[in-house]
Ligand binder design. Structure first.
Ligand code: DLL
Length: 433
């Protein structure tokens, strides 16, 4: 269902006019309120009044994660602390987190956008929402929580962890919507099986999965195991958290990006120039309405493309293609660009292997090497060694055909790859260790 007909189905000329008006206001604000941006804009020779059309966006400086780090902890906040009512932080695993701030109005906007998101994914008042995204500094838990309440649904704030208990709650409280990372969804399926629970007998109807890359093949796998419609949701804490874009349940073809609040661009990460429409590149977002933490042209590092054609659901806002990977997670194996999600697609198409894998990147001399560790299913594991060898060779050949690179494939025992309750760690980069 479309929650906000006016803003989600606006004619594109009207949307562009609204975006320009909001862009002008945000540039004006950061120029006067954030010393970092005043410096950057002065260096670029741009004054707020120079922003006359949306094309003038190109004249604005980019913001990177490093810029946020350099201003740690609160240097980029655009409001005094007295107006800040919440702080979250990105879930980076190394170094200091990057904190982001919200005013009361920012929280209102976020709740509303998350309500739009949930409606787009097929949830509605009367639904019971099992929210297994982590509560805390991570934006997933609280983001979904307030969105679900705003929608008028009942939310179960389970957070991560205690997987068996979660299965029990899914049986007893009969939630209709499941919110968690796709890797945790699969883990729930696995633990459910161990406990002798069939997901066919639960009330789950829709899953809203995101916060990490996953593939179309993984969607099939999750839908088959959990008996629900799996919808992709994307967001990042620097920009707001979840609620930047989401697939509609009707089409499941690209994620509708709430362009009245976020102005997207796709650039070539090397030249920093815009790529031709429809081509893949790095997603860059300018926040149009954030009060406490506005960002100009934030480089997300996520690789995707944008589609401005109308969708069958009636929304006119741009659709972002499923994230292919992060430009900084892209593996360059002997000169060939490989995204972990592309390897995942190859693995998912192979019968006999389970959807649990890890990619081990290392270096031998000057060359990067890639070893794919993938679990085999129980039936295959108890089979003859010869069959296992043939399976490993088959995967190796498929990857070679697909990417033209040779990798080593190691089949590992069922359940030997660590499971995650939040974001899965798919790549172990030994070059950095
Ligand atoms: O992961 C916010 C979120 C919470 C999104 C719950 C969806 C659901 P961060 O921890 O800051 O925020 O991580 C953001 O995660 O730049 C992407 O690289 C990755 N990511 C998020 N959603 C997707 C997705 C949250 N659907 C980073 N597909 C982003 C692929 C995703 N990658």
């Amino acid at each position: 269902m479309i929650r906000d007909i006016e803003n989600e189905t606006m004619p594109r000329e009207d949307l562009r006019a609204l975006q320009l008006q909001r862009l002008q206001a945000v540039v004006e604000r950061v120029y006067h309120l954030v010393p970092f941006y005043r410096r950057r804009l002065d260096e670029a020779g741009v004054k707020p009044e120079d922003i006359r059309t949306l094309d003038d966006l190109q004249r604005l400086p980019f913001t990177t994660k490093q810029d946020i780090r350099d201003n740690y902890p609160f240097g980029l906040f655009a409001t005094p602390m007295a107006q800040v009512v919440r702080i979250h932080a990105s879930s980076g695993t190394t170094g200091k987190p990057t904190p982001v701030a919200y005013t009361q109005r920012d929280l209102e906007t976020w709740a509303e956008l998350m309500a739009r998101t949930m409606a787009c994914a097929g949830a509605h008042r009367g639904d019971i929402i099992h929210n297994a995204y982590g509560y805390g500094l991570f934006t997933g838990g609280l983001g979904f929580h307030y969105g679900a309440e705003r929608l008028g649904a009942a939310v179960i704030p389970v957070s991560g962890g205690q997987t068996r208990r979660q299965i029990m709650l899914i049986q007893d409280f009969a939630p209709t919507v499941l919110c968690c990372t796709p890797s945790f969804a699969l883990y729930l399926a696995e633990v459910g099986l161990e406990m002798g629970v069939s997901f066919q007998d639960t009330q789950l109807r829709v899953g809203v999965f995101g916060a990490e890359p996953w593939s179309e093949a993984m969607r099939q796998e999750i839908e088959n195991r959990l008996y629900l419609d799996a919808v992709d949701i994307y967001g990042l804490s620097e920009i707001m958290g979840p609620g930047v874009c989401v697939e509609c349940i009707e089409a499941k073809k690209g994620l509708h990006l709430f362009e009245d609040h976020f102005l997207p661009e796709i650039i070539d990460p090397q030249t920093l120039e815009p790529v031709p429409p429809g081509e893949y590149g790095e997603l860059v977002i300018t926040t149009l309405t954030r009060e406490a933490f506005p960002l100009l042209r934030y480089r997300t590092r996520d690789v995707t493309s944008l589609d401005y054609s109308p969708c069958i659901c009636g929304r006119t806002i741009a659709r972002m293609q499923r994230i292919r990977g992060r430009s900084d997670d892209m593996l360059i194996i002997r000169g060939v660009n490989v995204f972990p999600s592309q390897i995942e697609s190859v693995l998912m198409e192979t019968p006999g292997v389970a959807p649990h894998y890890q990619l081990i990147v290392d270096r031998e001399g000057q060359l990067d090497t890639l070893e794919v560790h993938v679990e085999v299913d129980e039936a295959m594991f108890s089979d003859e060694v010869k069959k296992m060898e043939a399976l490993a060779k088959g995967i190796q050949r498929q990857i070679k055909d697909y990417f033209t690179v040779s990798v080593k494939v190691k089949l590992v025992e069922p359940r030997s790859i660590p499971r995650s309750e939040g974001k899965a760690q798919r790549v172990i980069d030994k070059r950095k260790i």
